[in-house]
Design a protein around this ligand. Sequence first.
Ligand SMILES: Cc1cc2nc3c(=O)[nH]c(=O)nc-3n(C[C@H](O)[C@H](O)[C@H](O)COP(=O)(O)O)c2cc1C
Length: 218
Amino acid sequence: MDLLKTMLQRRSARSFLKKIVEKSVMESILNYAANAPSAINMQPWEVHIVSGEETPRLSRKLLKRFKEKQIACGPGATQKIPDKFIDRARLAAQGMTPLIEEMGTDFKTFVNTGSLKFYGAPTVAFVFIDDSFPPERLTDVGAFLGYFVLSAESHGLATCPIGLVKAYEDEIKDALNVPDSKTLVISVAIGYPDVNAPINHFRSERASLEEFVRWIGD
Ligand SMILES: Cc1cc2nc3c(=O)[nH]c(=O)nc-3n(C[C@H](O)[C@H](O)[C@H](O)COP(=O)(O)O)c2cc1C
């Protein structure tokens, strides 16, 4: 598929079919994603792929902890975020709410428990970075994430990055047997989208260039 078309087409899916993602397909997606740029080509990302029965098993553990901890989806900010960014988040939530209600649930329940269920995706990629790297190298992992979701889309799959897992990092490391010397950056739910699910018809909007670009020079 044409890359620019893929970039416009990709949106996060929040309902997946049970259909498994073949290992060869995952390998191909990862091989393309591995072409992401990174500082002095260190490729600091480390990916753990969870699939099959392991996905719902992990999900059950996370949902149990969610009931105890009650840490929900949010920007994870330590200071007040400027209104224009909050307005964008609000717009997305408002766009999703009627579709979620059509599915018989409310926004918060759907997003929080849905995220920890990986929205029913059969496969989840957990992306870690070694603690020896400084925070600047998260840029590299972000580039990998961008390549990964576009690669998946080009392979006919859908994705949803799930940042809520950060709040449950200890449980995830424990379940996946990942050493303490690694930091979880993000997870990505991946699978075939349920095209009949109302929520998958939601398309988030984007700010225009005037809102985020400043031109200096001719
Ligand atoms: C770092 C990151 C963390 C995210 N965490 C979550 C999450 O925990 N739950 C969720 O439903 N979506 C999550 N998302 C998906 C965003 O909500 C989504 O990318 C955004 O609303 C733009 O929509 P689009 O991906 O459909 O273009 C996350 C995305 C990113 C990049």
